[in-house]
Design a protein around this ligand. Structure first.
Ligand code: NAD
Length: 263
């Protein structure tokens, strides 16, 4: 299927690893120029070089901490300065830390809101005016299956990502007539560094091996396995495409059948 992404400019936030990196790679493979981002210059530069080495399209690394408002503004400014526009925005960030309702401080709630909700609001604020002017744009928010089925020990994710979905649905309605679509994707358990770290933390808390935690997760997924980052990235590439022009306001999981709700 021709996705019509060649020559588009995509900004993928938090993309030196995991789901963000796989997404940037998928868009690059479709011919889009891609801006990648993370906090650590050395790793980000290495990743950009690896990606650019096997692509004709451009890869621009921009170091920025998505939980800092001035960094997000600079990220968008530098992306616009380099390419003149952003056609596709994929919002993403590191996941908020695990914790139960009883564990968390106000400070942790504030930090998680800055990272998980306000980074989306600020990235969108930066790119949306140009998308509306040009009458074409794609905004895809990386959320989690927690927006459909809250996960134990992840109250920050459960609560704040629901806010992202409410924001995105409102935005989708406001900008649909301008040719801008807004959708959320929900990874289920997917093999990335974050998931390995979560398994390790849970294993330590329970005094068992990380492989046993992974095995429990696999058993809870109808597909009986964790996902690969590329499986989520393929959905994002489709949502970013010309073909997906009439898909907006949706929240779609890629989870091997984990979520048990009907919608
Ligand atoms: P990961 O830890 O493998 O990668 C996270 C990326 O974000 C890295 O590139 C890291 O450098 C970057 N990053 C982290 N904090 C940042 C910040 N403040 N500013 C800029 N960049 C930052 O994580 P992942 O598994 O790819 O997850 C990505 C998102 O998807 C997370 O929010 C995670 O909670 C969510 N998610 C993941 C899964 C899963 O199974 N992997 C499931 C549901 C939701």
């Amino acid at each position: 299927m021709e996705l019509g992404l060649a020559g588009k400019v995509a900004l993928v936030a938090a993309s030196s690893r995991g789901l963000g990196r796989a997404t940037a790679q998928a868009l690059l493979d479709e011919g889009a120029d891609v801006i990648i981002n993370a906090r650590h210059a050395e790793e980000l530069t290495r990743v950009a070089e690896e990606m650019a080495a096997r692509s004709a399209a451009q890869v621009l690394p921009i170091v920025a901490d998505l939980s800092v408002a001035s960094d997000v503004e600079r990220l968008v400014r530098e992306a616009m300065g380099a390419f003149g526009r952003v056609d596709v925005l994929v919002t993403n960030a590191g996941g908020p830390p695990p914790g139960t309702v009883a564990d968390l401080t106000d400070e942790q709630w504030h930090s998680a809101c800055e990272l998980t909700l306000m980074s989306v609001v600020r990235l969108v604020a930066g790119v949306l005016p140009g998308m509306r002017e040009r009458g074409w744009g794609r905004i895809i928010n990386m959320t989690s299956i927690s927006v459909k089925q809250p996960l134990p020990d992840l109250v920050l994710s459960n609560a704040i990502r629901a806010g992202v979905v409410g924001y995105a649905k409102t935005l989708a309605t406001e900008v649909a007539a301008d040719g801008v679509t807004v959708n959320n994707v929900c990874p289920g358990y997917t093999l990335t560094d974050r998931v390995s770290a979560l398994a390790k933390a849970r294993a330590e808390a329970q005094g068992i091996a990380a492989s046993d935690v992974m095995a429990t997760w696999e058993a809870s997924i109808p597909a009986q396995r964790l996902g690969q980052p590329e499986e989520l990235a393929s959905l994002i590439a489709f949502l970013a495409s010309e073909r997906a022009a009439y898909v907006t306001g949706t929240t779609i999981q890629v989870d091997g059948g984990f979520v048990q709700s009907l919608l």
